[in-house]
Structures are given as structure tokens and as C-alpha cells.
Design a protein around this ligand. Structure first.
Ligand SMILES: C[S@@+](CC[C@H](N)C(=O)[O-])C[C@H]1O[C@@H](n2cnc3c(N)ncnc32)[C@H](O)[C@@H]1O
Length: 298
């Protein structure tokens, strides 16, 4: 499939860097064609969880994962009734928002909306921020009330997560991988340092040391390693890449080929970036989605 579509807002639309809202309908068609409405749809880097929510709502069993506490809080806020069990608030004011994932997610989303994608968590609460958090609490509460539930929600480094699935003998029909890709010039994307590192250990005790954000020097090796691990637990691996990223499609495809990771189909879609980010870095993107057969049989 090679199409041009104009972006449409997804149902769950929050401030999250890298949210793939523009490809929402494109992915929907590809997954539906492979799974015909049934099966387990999993992700390694769920980010905003807007895709995961869409598939859960359509009736797929959904497994989310992201190393970020922000992403993990959103997944729980919109797709579970789970209650936090770990507490270690970075600042005193966070305590009043720590006892539910809806409140935690609202703090993160509000900070990003008010102060930008690379913002630190403020050490004190002000009235502006408080009002924004209240708005988000209503927003997430409303989504949660629709009773769309995830099957499992993880908060792991993606390699640990894939190992866990393998060890626990959890097999999935689709593993969707949208990594924290570097920019086209090969430099790491600082915004993912914020989601992966700055937005971890805000409400919970320290779980990870400094998470390495991929750049030109290690991205290809990590992608190859991750796809190989994902194949072990998946019927199909869907690898997502964008024209604004490094490696370019040509470099990535050669690397896949050299590692015997031959994709069966390459879907592409061109669209405007209106809902992608508000950094003004790109006006148009091409999304690449590679369908790779996993080791799990039909
Ligand atoms: C491109 S974004 C995913 C966006 C998502 N597809 C969406 O539509 O919102 C990449 C995500 O990878 C996460 N991440 C970065 N390093 C990670 C790691 N080692 N393991 C798991 N997640 C990681 C970041 O926190 C970020 O949420």
C-alpha cells in the first residue's frame, strides 16, 4: 500500500512527542488486513498509547510497553483500573496526584502542554498548572469510563520487555515497533531523553539508570537486535520508520537484508504533519511500515 492521506486526530490525542496520530488510519488498515479483527496486538514503544487504545477499542487484546513513566501512566489511565503501588514523589506537591494513574498522567500531559516537550517537572505547583491538571483529569476520566481495557501494560526497557514475553511464553500476533529514532542527521532526539529519562522516577522509585537514547552510532545495531528478539515472540513484526529519521529507508533496508530480516511488504504513506508535533521541524512526512514474518506460526 502506498497512499497519501490527510491527518485526522485520533480519539486519544495528548501532548506526547512522536505521537503517530497522522498514520492512525493507515495502521488500522494494515493491522486489520493481517489479523481480521482478532488476536494480540503488542507494542515495544507505546508512547502516547493512541494506537494501542484504538486497537483495544476494536476488540484486539492489547499489550503496551514504554520505559517512560508518562507513557505507562497514560496506558493505565485510559486502559485499566489499576492503582499505583509504588510511591516516591520527586517533589512534595506531586503527592496529591500520586494515588491514581489518571492523576499522574494528567500531571505529565499538563507539564508538556504548558511548558513544551523538553520541560522538567516544576518543583512547585502554580494555579495555571493546577487548572490544566484538573482539565486533564476530566479528559482521562472520560476516556477511562468507556471501559476499553488493555490486556497487559509494561514499563520496561524494550529489550527486557521482549525477554520477559519470551520467558513467560507470551506469543503475540503483531509486535509494533516505533523506536525513539534519531533525527535524519543522526543526532539523538532530545525529546525522547525527556520521555525516557526525565519523565521516569517522578512518582515511582528509581527503576532504571540513565537510558541511552539511540543515535547514528548505535541505532542500526539496536534495531536489528530488537527485531530479532521480537520475532521470537511474534507472528508478525511491524517495523515503523519515518522519512525524518536516521537511518534513511535505504540504509535501514540494506541493514535488514544483510541480517536476513527480509520484509514481506513495505507500506508507505505520505501525509502532512499538522498533528505530529508543534516544533515546526517538518511539514510533510513519509511513514514506512515493514511487515516482517516472525517465528510464531499461524
Ligand atoms: C517514537 S515514540 C513512540 C510514539 C508512539 N508510537 C505514539 O504513537 O505515541 C518512542 C518512545 O520510545 C520510548 N523509549 C525510548 N527508549 C526506550 C527503551 N529503551 N525501551 C522502551 N521504550 C523506550 C520513549 O519513551 C517514547 O515514548
Amino acid at each position: 500500500m502506498d497512499i497519501i492521506m490527510s491527518s485526522k486526530k485520533p480519539e486519544v490525542n495528548i501532548e506526547y512527542f512522536g505521537q503517530q496520530s497522522r498514520f492512525y488510519n493507515f495502521f488500522e488498515t494494515i493491522v486489520d488486513d493481517l489479523l481480521h479483527g482478532k488476536g494480540i496486538y503488542a507494542e515495544t514503544n507505546s508512547g502516547s498509547n493512541c494506537n494501542a487504545y484504538m486497537y483495544a477499542k476494536k476488540g484486539y487484546k492489547v499489550i503496551t510497553n514504554d520505559i517512560s513513566e508518562y507513557s505507562f501512566s497514560v496506558a493505565n489511565a485510559i486502559m485499566s483500573n489499576n492503582i499505583p503501588v509504588n510511591f516516591a514523589c520527586k517533589y512534595d506537591w506531586l503527592e496529591q496526584y500520586s494515588d491514581s494513574y489518571i492523576k499522574r498522567a494528567s500531571v505529565f500531559a499538563s507539564v508538556v502542554e504548558l511548558y513544551g516537550y523538553n520541560a522538567e517537572i516544576p518543583s512547585e505547583l502554580n494555579s495555571n498548572l493546577k487548572n490544566k491538571i484538573d482539565e486533564y483529569i476530566k479528559y482521562f476520566t472520560n476516556i477511562n469510563s468507556k471501559n476499553v481495557k488493555a490486556y497487559k501494560i509494561y514499563n520496561e526497557d524494550l529489550f527486557c520487555y521482549l525477554k520477559k514475553l519470551y520467558k513467560d511464553n507470551i506469543k503475540v500476533d503483531i509486535m509494533f515497533m516505533d523506536f525513539a529514532w534519531p533525527w535524519r542527521d543522526g543526532s539523538k532526539t532530545e525529546e525522547y531523553n525527556t520521555t525516557a529519562n526525565i519523565y521516569s522516577n517522578v512518582f515511582e522509585p528509581s527503576k532504571f539508570k540513565n537510558i541511552e537514547i539511540w543515535d547514528k552510532n548505535n541505532v542500526i545495531d539496536n534495531v536489528i537486535k530488537a527485531v530479532k528478539e521480537a520475532k521470537k515472540v511474534s507472528r508478525y513484526v511491524l517495523l515503523s520508520n519515518q522519512s525524518s529519521n536516521y537511518p534513511t529507508p535505504e540504509l535501514l533496508e540494506v541493514a535488514l537484508l544483510k541480517n536476513n530480516l527480509n520484509y514481506e511488504i513495505r507500506h508507505t504513506m505520505l501525509t502532512n504533519a499538522e498533528y505530529e508535533d508543534n516544533l515546526g521541524k517538518e511539514t510533510f512526512f513519509r511513514e514506512y511500515l515493514y511487515v516482517i514474518r516472525g517465528d510464531v506460526d499461524d
